[in-house]
Design a protein around this ligand. Structure first.
Ligand SMILES: N[C@@H](CCC(=O)N[C@@H](CS)C(=O)NCC(=O)O)C(=O)O
Length: 193
């Protein structure tokens, strides 16, 4: 098996890459990273000193690919499957890449910030930063709602990397069942999962 994904099972950015792998039935194995365990953390940082997952290692090429978008681009190029994660038509590819950036930077980032606030120790809470993140997330969700209205998938009629980027933060932002930390609302409200 040439592909190894370094991940944590609760990591939403890892979910983004897992969606791409599963969608194409791409064979891979996993290494679970536990940053709380010094041995696991240092083994992982020897591969990717930044210490953020997911990271993909391709045993066939010896290549280490960090960053969820970079990993999906790498998979699309070197391990393509029946589902085109990046469309061939340049204009369609542009839309997919633009939405991938949108969901990472304007939805995922704020969702992480809001969930991260729950994990902070009481003496390190940042209510001002939390409010800023909630507002920014609400703006982004309203935009996403408008952009995706009438589309089957995030970027149009085909599944793509944009859906891999959209699904994890939308799930964590809107799911009641996982006790979303804040009731984020768009106008009109998007349906909660
Ligand atoms: N831009 C990165 C973000 C990755 C990221 O934020 N990963 C989180 C988990 S979802 C992480 O590694 N957190 C551990 C830490 O920051 O110590 C990507 O797209 O892969």
């Amino acid at each position: 098996m040439s592909l190894t994904l370094y991940l944590h099972p609760l990591s939403s950015y890892c979910h983004k890459v897992l969606i791409a792998l599963y969608e194409n039935g791409t064979p891979f194995e996993t290494v679970q990273v536990n940053l709380g365990d010094p041995q696991s953390a240092s083994a992982f940082k020897a591969i990717w000193p930044v210490g953020k997952f997911p990271v993909l290692r391709d045993g066939a090429s010896g290549r280490v690919v960090p960053e969820s978008t970079g990993i999906i681009e790498y998979l699309a190029l070197h391990h393509p499957g029946p589902v085109k994660l990046i469309p061939e038509r340049p204009e369609a590819a542009l839309e997919v890449r633009a939405l991938d950036r949108f969901f990472d930077l304007h939805v995922h980032t704020h969702m992480q910030r809001i969930i991260g606030e729950r994990l902070r120790p009481a003496e390190s809470k940042d209510p001002y930063g939390l409010e800023q993140a909630k507002t920014a997330l609400s703006v982004a969700l309203t935009l996403a709602e408008k952009k995706m209205a009438g589309r089957t998938w995030a970027a149009g009629e085909e599944f793509s990397m944009a859906d891999c980027a959209a699904a994890p933060p939308l799930f964590y932002s809107t799911s009641r069942s996982n006790r979303s930390p804040v009731p984020i609302r768009t106008s009109p409200p998007i349906s909660a999962g």
